[in-house]
Write a protein that binds this ligand. Structure first.
Ligand code: C5P
Length: 409
């Protein structure tokens, strides 16, 4: 199931050069399963044609409140009543000023005013020049629109169409899509602060070589995203992986197990939930060579290679689980176990050994690097399977399971 299936989104465009991004956004919404009804102001139609938006949304576009296609001539009522959300992207400075005053002299503003406030959320993706963005009038308008119940998205930062550089660009289409999907997720972790470890660690042998493992980090990154979608403040301590940071998540990049332990120690006191998904190396090289280790030149089978000595890495999760905050229940700890067989037996034993209330088992070789997984949740009451699904779907289910086990904040 796609993230926005069964959702009907009214995509409003007000006038601004960011209208060119609305075409891509419309496609992304449709691809995510939404039905999209486009409504444009006349100013928006100066930047991109209704024909383009009609072709991408596969629906007739509305521009005028006098549109005679509606039998009752009330496009503003009909369009807003069937929407799960009205998303205005781009929302120009002028359009937001107009909304603020409850003015309604074109179809889009009329429709925003006429929407049932408690049933149809209004989401605004501002887009404007940096001076317009910083102007006290704009900032005041945004604060008031938020107080009036609108959900105002962030703006991007960078080079602007006018040639200036600063805040005020509209978010990229994929960022708006991620924010919209998050908007619809239940806020079961509101008020919580979730700390997640993810990915492998890398243990150096010398300045150019090291030992790592096949963890992709995808499960941990999905959990960080799902926790954020559920309303938590999220810190993600990531080993070396090439994955984009989920929106709204604070990411701390680390390399070795000792780096990861230090980063966790820095952030764990602010956390109320700790989810350890990282595949932390069990051992590190005892004496890391300061210079690249050279071959001895003997060649072939007569060369024995360097002798490496190992020391065991600290168990980050077990250490955190023994802390006073975890023991008192102020910090809820969740561990992961990647096994190749006898999952229930090993996960149950690992839960007890690590001293955590919830241990999540998965079959490691079957999931490393993939987008899908299946989980087995083991707690003091028994085991529960989360059947095969995408890692993001499973992460959302796991977040709901964690939320159910937390004492109210
Ligand atoms: O003992 P094992 O590595 O199988 O345990 C897996 C769980 O413990 C995972 O949650 C993992 O993130 C965590 N762990 C850790 N520090 C280690 C080893 C594992 O936090 N050194």
């Amino acid at each position: 199931m796609s993230d926005l299936s069964n959702k009907h989104i009214v995509l409003g465009l007000s006038g601004g050069i960011a209208c060119y991004k609305a075409a891509e956004l419309c496609r992304a919404l449709v691809k995510a399963g939404a039905t999209v009804q486009v409504v444009m102001t006349e100013a928006a139609a100066q930047f991109i044609t209704p024909v383009t938006m009609q072709a991408l949304s596969n629906r007739a576009v509305y521009v005028s409140q006098w549109d005679a296609r509606e039998p009752n001539n009330m496009a503003h009522i009909n369009l807003s009543r069937e929407a799960d959300a009205i998303l205005v992207a781009p929302a120009s400075a002028d359009f937001m000023a107009k909304l603020l005053h409850g003015r309604a002299d074109d179809l889009l503003s009329l429709m925003c005013l006429a929407r049932p406030v408690d049933r149809v959320p209004l989401i605004l993706a501002p887009a404007m020049n940096r001076e317009m963005w910083q102007h006290p009038a704009t900032q005041r308008n945004m604060a008031q629109l938020t107080a009036d119940g609108a959900h105002v998205l962030d703006v991007g930062q960078g080079e602007q169409a006018c040639g200036e550089t600063g805040d005020g660009r509209m978010l990229e289409p994929d960022e708006i899509l991620e924010d919209l999907i998050a908007f619809f997720q239940p806020k079961v972790l509101a008020g919580q602060h979730v700390l997640v470890t993810a990915g492998p660690t890398y243990e150096a042998i010398d300045p150019v070589r090291g030992i790592t493992n096949l963890s992709s980090g995808k499960m941990g990154f999905s959990i960080a995203r799902a926790a954020r979608e559920a309303g938590a403040v999220v810190t993600l301590v990531a080993g070396p992986v090439h994955l984009p940071t989920p929106r709204g998540v604070q990411r701390v990049d680390v390399r070795s197990a000792l780096d990861m332990q230090a980063a966790v120690a820095t952030h764990v006191n602010a956390a109320s939930v700790f989810v350890a998904t990282a595949a932390v190396a069990d051992w590190r090289v005892a004496d890391v060579a300061g210079q690249k280790i050279k071959k001895d030149g003997a060649g072939g089978s007569t060369s024995s290679g360097p002798q490496l000595n190992f020391v065991e890495n600290p168990d980050i999760l077990a250490g955190v689980a023994q802390s006073a905050r975890a023991q008192s229940g102020a910090l809820y700890c969740v561990g992961f176990a990647a096994e190749s067989h006898d999952l229930l037996q090993y996960a149950t034993a690992k839960r007890e050994r690590k001293g955590v209330p919830l241990l999540v088992g998965n079959i490691g070789p079957a999931t490393f690097g993939l987008d899908d997984n299946a989980l087995l949740l083991v707690d003091a009451h028994g085991a529960k399977e989360l059947p095969h699904a995408s890692k993001l779907t499973l992460a959302r289910q796991l977040v709901a399971e964690i939320a159910r086990r937390l004492t109210p904040v």
